[in-house]
Design a protein around this ligand. Structure first.
Ligand code: GAL
Length: 444
């Protein structure tokens, strides 16, 4: 009870902090490419009062709106509606990459005993240390047994969605966070080879800068995109084992290799587009797609954006390579959906989870999303070369949990880390940055 109370208190503080310091401009921050299709679902979420009490409605809460985000979800919803024409779907998506705004809306709804039927949540700390720890999720062990799912997901994913022997959500995908996407024509024109080490990376950035090209596209209007670069640098300097140990507290932020990551971070930030603070991830990826910048570090939802929105061809228009220094590693991001306690029609919601968990569901969603299927028995022929390469890499790499996308550490730590990264991007004060990270490490 005490723990539950603490978690609830934390969530309220988290929500309050978000609303107090980011709430107002988060409405503006949904600008850029995201705006195109966002308005209706976002408004609906805020004003929606009625609950789906008749057993005939499933409300799906996520942050998948707009370019590069929603195609996969819409395909999954279409498939579900085809199979269950009698069940109504409410797409309650709230714009903002990495859940920048959605997580606050979700926290408010959970606090107000108004949970959506099911919601997007990253496997790892975001699921387990928030909603499961607060006793707000139903265990899904019986669901996994009933639908014969126990051996259909890699054990690493099952572990990420489990706590104390119970399974609490169903993974729909595996995204990779340590990917560099680049414009093939720009690399070719300037004779650039894919860098594999951090030093080669810095060298290539310099070469491109000298040639008058924007070397690295960044859109950190939402701070997580810069946090993602920093976590990849930490993975590169610490290696996968000590990168994990950083989040469990066994390696401290005063470690020399954390400083080394911050030093590389500072260098790399010297090569980004000047207007990075006013762009979101789609706007930054667009610079690469259109040849105005050479490359960008983004999770492979950018692959979905390149293919479906910009209509670029894999390995023709754009190429990809692992974030330098992390060639053997795979930064795992998994989007999952569970069953909140207290909803009125759990059996109906399980029908949706069943479609999402099925081979057919995963193969409808993932080729559009840029992710690979979470299921081990999905059909590789549904994916292009990026997808099949990534499936192979997932099998053969060291897996590492993402901080920026909720797996590695608590929401409390992530919120503060994002703030410190944001300050670092403008001030570039390494000592201060490390001190601040040490200071907030208590929230891990
Ligand atoms: C991640 C999420 C991805 C993608 C991305 C950008 O947190 O796992 O599916 O949506 O944010 O919004």
């Amino acid at each position: 009870m005490f723990k539950k109370g603490l978690v609830l208190l934390f969530m309220m503080i988290f929500l309050f902090a978000l609303v107090a310091c980011g709430g107002e401009d988060s409405a503006e921050k949904t600008g850029g490419t995201d705006d195109v299709t966002d308005d209706a679902p976002a408004e609906e979420t805020e004003s929606e009062e009625e609950s789906s009490g008749d057993g005939g409605t499933v409300e799906i809460f996520s942050w998948w709106t707009g370019a590069g985000e929603e195609d996969g979800l819409l395909a999954l919803i279409d498939l579900f509606e085809e199979k269950h024409p009698d069940i109504e779907v409410e797409n309650a998506a709230v714009a903002g990459g990495a859940g920048t705004n959605a997580k606050a809306v979700l926290a408010a709804r959970m606090q107000g005993n108004d949970p959506p039927s099911t919601f997007q949540v990253h496997g790892g700390a975001e699921l387990n240390e928030s909603w499961v720890a607060a006793d707000m999720m139903e265990p899904l062990n019986d669901f996994y047994e009933e639908y014969d799912l126990m051996d259909k997901f890699p054990q690493e994913l099952i572990d990420l969605v489990s706590k104390d022997g119970n399974i609490y959500s169903v993974p729909v995908n595996i995204h990779r966070g340590n990917v560099m996407f680049y414009n093939k024509a720009v690399f070719e024109e300037h004779g650039i080879e894919e860098p594999t080490t951090l030093d080669e990376f810095v060298e290539v950035l310099g070469q491109l800068q000298d040639a008058g090209v924007t070397p690295l596209a960044l859109g950190d209007k939402e701070a997580w995109t810069a946090t993602q670069i920093f976590e990849n640098l930490l993975l590169a300097t610490l290696g996968p084992d000590d990168y994990r140990a950083l989040w469990s507290g066994e390696v401290g932020f005063d470690d020399d290799r954390v400083r080394e990551a911050a030093e590389y971070f500072e260098k790399i930030l010297g090569y980004v587009n000047e207007d990075h603070a006013s762009r979101n991830w789609q706007d930054a990826s667009q610079l690469v797609g259109e040849g105005e910048a050479a490359m960008t570090n983004m999770g492979d939802w950018a692959k979905g954006y390149f293919s479906n929105d910009l209509e670029l061809e894999t390995n023709v228009d754009f190429g990809y390579f692992p974030f330098p220094g992390t060639t053997e590693d795979f930064m795992v991001i998994t989007d999952t959906f569970g069953l909140p306690k207290g909803i009125e029609n759990p059996d109906t919601v399980k029908e949706f989870l069943n479609v999402l968990a099925s081979v057919e569901g995963q193969d409808a969603f993932n080729p559009l999303k840029g992710s690979i299927p979470a299921r081990v028995d999905a059909d590789p022929s549904k994916y292009d070369e990026y997808g099949t390469d990534t499936m192979e890499d997932f099998q053969n790499s060291n897996l590492a949990p993402s901080l920026a996308h909720g797996s590695a550490a608590s929401e409390g730590f992530l919120t503060k880390a994002n703030q410190e990264v944001n300050i670092f991007v403008t001030q570039k004060n390494i000592d201060q940055f490390i001190k601040k990270l040490q200071a907030v490490a208590g929230d891990l």
